[in-house]
Design a protein around this ligand. Sequence first.
Ligand code: THU
Length: 142
Amino acid sequence: MQGLRKLESEIEADILSNMIRLARAAAANSHAPFSHFHVGASVLDDRGRIYTGCNVENIAFGLSMCAERNAAAAAVCGGARRLRAIAVYTAGESLTPPCGACRQVLSDFGPKMEVHLINHEGEHIIYPLDLLLPTGATAEVG
Ligand code: THU
């Protein structure tokens, strides 16, 4: 996967560092008593607004929700329809690409959005969403 990364971001550096800061703050609020895997995400819309989400687990495991989809839902609730980028932060060593379900949900709001993966060590890689979800359904909303 490393070989497939996109090297350049179209997001301004100060906005990107804000997104990363907010994704990290969201991870600190993650509710993960079962996996202990804390994930935070922030999404940037085409108006320059940033929305966040964290993973929220439930004793009925299937009801747990990923950080990425919670961030997308917060964005939609705030009036966003087109997303330029998502930053996904995990507190540990791993870089955490969105699961398949999150890729499909994100795709409705920006099939080519930048997907930034950041870990605690400050490692940072970028994939275009359409590389992570080839031939996904691409209906744009709004
Ligand atoms: N998780 C996310 O929030 N995002 C991902 O991209 C991968 C997994 C969450 C779901 C669950 O709460 C925990 O991480 C372990 O899978």
